[in-house]
Design a protein around this ligand. Sequence first.
Ligand code: NAD
Ligand code: MG
Length: 338
Amino acid sequence: MSATMYYEADANPMLVGQRKVAVLGFGSQGHAHALNLKDSGIDVSVGLRPGSNRTQTAADAGLRVLTPADAAEWADLIMVLVPDQFQQGLYNEAIAPNLGEGDALFFAHGFNIHFGYVTPPQNVDVAMVAPKGPGHLVRRQYEAGSGVPALVAIHQDASGGAKDLALSYAHGIGATRAGVIETTFKAETETDLFGEQVILCGGVDEMIRAAFETLTDAGYEPEMAYFEVLHELKLIVDLLFEGGLPWMRYSVSDTAEYGDVTRGPRIVTEQTRETMREILGEIQSGQFAEEWMAEVAAGTPNLLAARRAVADHQIETVGKQLRDMMPFLVAKTPEDDQ
Ligand code: NAD
Ligand code: MG
């Protein structure tokens, strides 16, 4: 099975051009969608809670800012770009009362629709346009005349034109310049959660810490360990990104390549693969979603504790000093983004 791809010529920009689009949230994805759509000539409003610290930023960028409820009422296409854990509340309070026949409700991740936390009425289109990259890249690539690839999916096609509308929206944010893949809410949600848990965030994060601790426990300098297990990771990932496994293995030394093929399978073992299947099962059954929503309802105590623990870890205290000394690197902290 091979995925269907869509490009510029497959999209009709007029469809989203005839809509009034409300982008709810002005974070990573929200700012990129709102600004790209505006620059594509589309009538956009941003929906933000009164007092949100993003209101000024959005207004300064020349965007109309309304409350989420007013934006939803004004619009006939609503894109939900607040964090997944707040979408159900936002939907119940601000969106549902303002959804009318023929409106379209869009998401950039399938979590709430797929797991049933949001159930829109039958007379609206429900679609997903999910860029496969962080919002800052979605904006930067658009400004450079390019785009970030995206997934589109249709959950509910009330109008009969939901897919064309989704492709038109993807065109408006620049995604059809890079390529759009059609998928389902189920596949997007499950693969996205699996990727971030098993490799992109969970796997890599824990592997870095384990390798760092192994070196420092054995008496090596923490600065050496930092460069080896964290800093250099980017160089390897860049090679993988450019040319896959063959290019990475070609670019590293033969010694590194031999170590890779003989030691890699001892790190990621049959037991690791079994755990991956277990984690995939928890995602598919909805167990992970339930656990995460219960954590949110309790005020995210485990998430907050884990954030504090990582900030205090030696890899962070050493890493911060080292990053501050690398002038070519624009060191970033979560606080810079507030
Ligand atoms: P974010 O955390 O960067 O931004 C959230 C925005 O929502 C902020 O403007 C914030 O002020 C606002 N907000 C927070 N709580 C709110 C509430 N209770 N009511 C109203 N507004 C609230 O979020 P993000 O990373 O842009 O994620 C938005 C959506 O995009 C999610 O569904 C996410 O899965 C999806 N997505 C994100 C990325 C990414 O790289 N960040 C990539 C693809 C898809
Ligand atoms: Mg993802």
